[in-house]
Structures are given as C-alpha cells and as structure tokens.
Write a protein that binds this ligand. Sequence first.
Ligand SMILES: *[C@@H]1O[C@H](CO)[C@@H](O)[C@H](O)[C@H]1NC(C)=O
Length: 479
Amino acid sequence: MVIARLTRGESCFLLFLRLVCYFFSSFFRTLALIFSDVFVCVCVCVYLCVCLSRFDYQELLHNSTFCLVPRGRRLGSFRFLEALQAACIPVLLSNGWELPFSEVIDWSKAAIIGDERLLLQIPSITRSVNADRILALRQQTQFLWDSYFSSVAKIVLTTLEIIQDRIHTHISRSRLMWNSLPGGLYTLPQFSSDPAHFPFYYGVLGKAPQQEFTAIIHAVTPLQSPLQPILKLIIAVAKSKFCSQIIVLWNCDKPSPPRNKWPSTNVPLTVIEGERKTMSGRFFPHDVVRTDAVLSLDEDSVLSTNEVDFAFIVWHSFPERIVGYPARSHYWDGGKGRWGYTSKWTNEYSMVLTGAAFYHRYYNYLYTHYLPSRLLSMVDQLANCEDILMNFLISAVTKLPPIKVTQKKQYKETMMQQGSKSSRWADPDHFAQRQSCMNSFTGWFGFMPLLHSQLRLDPVLFKDQVSILRKKYRDIERL
Ligand SMILES: *[C@@H]1O[C@H](CO)[C@@H](O)[C@H](O)[C@H]1NC(C)=O
C-alpha cells in the first residue's frame, strides 16, 4: 500500500475533479466528454483560488464530520486512510470496493458505505446519523487507525497476523478481538481464542474475573535465617482469603532449600526452579498459574494481609490494569531532550513497582511472547528495569495509567533498610540505568505509553474519625 503525500492544492484539485467526473458520468456523460477540458480548466482555477486562500486542507479534514471517499483511479484510495486518521467518518462511494482487512475489520462500525449510484441521497443519509452514532463511528476510526494503519510496520504486522489466523483457524482471533480495544495485535490467540480469558473483555461479555489470585515471589537470596522477610511475606499473603496458591520462583544460584524450611501454610506452596534465572524470567507465564490474577512480589516486600486483600479487591474492579503500592513517575527532561525517571514522592505517578503488584496473568504471556528479545535481554543484562517494561507494556495496551492503593507509611523505609546490603536498589548505577531503560523502551514502542495519574485508592473509612473496630482494613492504618 503506497500512501502518497500530495500538496494541499493537488489534493483539493483531485477531490474536486473526482466529484465533477462523478456528477457528469451519471448524467451527461457525452456532454462532459466534449466540454470537459474547458470546464475542468475553469473550475480548477476558480477552485484552487478559493481552496488555497480560504481553507487549510488538514484543518478542514479535522473539522469535518463526514468525508466523501469516491472511487479512485486505481484500487483503493489514500483519501480513505487520510479521513480515517483525521477522525472524519469516511463515506464510501465505490461499489464493490473491498476495504482494507475487511476479512477481520467490521467497517460498518467506522464508516458509512454509500451506493455510488444513489449519489444524491448521501446528504440525507449523513444527516440522519445521530450524535451518539457519530461519536461511536469517530472513536472507531481512531481505534482502527491507531491499531492497524498508523505505520507501515503495523500494516505489515496486521497482514501477517491475518494470514496466521487463516492458517491456524482453530486458534484464530474472534471478531470481537479485532474490532475492540486493545485490538488484534495485542490479543495473542496462542494464549487463548476465548475472549473471556483476556482482561479487556470482562465488561463487554458481562463477566468478572475469578475471586482468587496466585502469588509469585521472586527469590534471589539463599534462605539462611528464620527471620528473613520472605518467610514473613509468605505467611501474610497466605492468610488472604483470596489467595489460592503461592509460587516461589527460585532465581538464586544456590539450590532451593528443603521443603521443611518453608513455613506451613493452608494454601499450596510450590517452589519453581527458574530455568534461565534471568530477570525477565520472573514474568514467565508458568502453566501452574491458573488464576486470572497474579500478585507479583519481591522477596523483601513487606505487606500485611489487609493490604493484600484490599489491593486485590481494587484489582477485581479494574482487571485490565496493574494495581500496586509504591509508585514512580516519568517526566520529560527538556534540558537533556530525553525522558527522566523519578522516585520522588510527588502528587502524581505513572508506574507502580512490580515488587508488589496485582495484574492479569495475560500480561506475563504478553511480556514474554510479544516484547522483542532485544528489550528482554537488555533487562536481563542490567538485571534491572523489568518493572518499568511491564508498566510500559500494560499502559501501551490499555492506554491507561496504573492504580496505586494505600500502603502503610513505613513501607518505604522498611524496604530501604532491608535492602541496605545486598539489594540492587542500593547500587548507584541502578538509577542511571533506569533512566536509559526508559528511553530505549520509548524508542521501541515509538511513543511514550506511560500516563500520569493522581488517584490513590483507600478503603472507605480510612483515617476517618470512627472506632477502628468499625473499619474493615484495620492494620493499614496501624504503624
Ligand atoms: C475549523 O474549526 C475552527 C473552530 O470551529 C474554525 O475556527 C476554523 O476556521 C475551521 N477551519 C476550517 C478550514 O474550516
């Protein structure tokens, strides 16, 4: 597909010429043939003057609700994509013209398909479209443009994925997946061909995710003392009534400790020996995880059962997002001309740390199978930035920021103290690496997907002047 760029004047001229030809071919074909040269010359002069002096073509396109897309000289018309990009609802006048990717895209949700033989009815057809439908059509033009047409890479990728769907019909995407957010390219059918297994479709399908989660603890230090934070963490998480199992991902060079070294819990505790023991391996989509929700944990995270319960309840209402406790932010550093990363406590955030966060298990699949190996090996080599990459991915898919829930005040201090010796957070290079990760990731995505949020969710009655006994999540307030 070649998308030619014409000058404003040429575009106006071509559009006008086509409309003239239409008119004449339907009515006075012979007459038009005889006088066309003279007529076109006069019209072009008049039109170009008007066109160039009074209208900016791009602006006109963006201001318009409907854009006529008449038959082009060849198959297809770049006018169509131009209109789509500008959120101008294409009105197609080209009988028998096959629209791009029409095998999977339902164009009736984004365009009006007119009949070129009934040209004069077009004004009344467009006038009869009500405001709600206009908004829906325009939103769909933006979704389709952004998902499948906004770059040559996306057009090529969409083509390849459609071919793959044709070959493997048993694991192909449904029409719902192609035609609603986040779009077919983010919905990998190898994960499932059932929309109910993806976090984005609960709303449309009228379903809710399961009422339980799997905790996955990333362990890197050998188990030596019975006072190690990981043991306290296991006990606190296991007490959550929503916890169905705990997995310890053993990414430590030492062999994993025997069964009796782990605390006994009333939920199953499984130790999985990390195969590659790499940082990106912590998000590997292990088959043993059967719950929709995953609680990703660092071995030194400090959480109480109440905090876990409350965050899970929040996630359950926003299953397509990542819900976490400590938050971080990005900003544009104008002086250096690059993106910056900050862990300062400010009034907004755009990332939550995956050392303690809930998200849908599909994102582990997407992280492992959708992201390019270049970014994953960057994470592995630095042993850093895996959480930034996960936040980039989820925000790129959902176009939404993460959600921060309230946490006990001493959380940060506790984490820092415990991390004083061995933790990677103490490394001075750590911070600089995170800055450069941000910029590499933005380069691959082609834009900055992170979005800022100023929202923090607290339990109802949090810090309210009522008896602690009436509060559901008591220990979040206790220090
Ligand atoms: C587009 O709309 C704006 C705001 O209504 C108006 O000021 C401008 O003149 C319009 N441009 C064209 C080319 O119609």
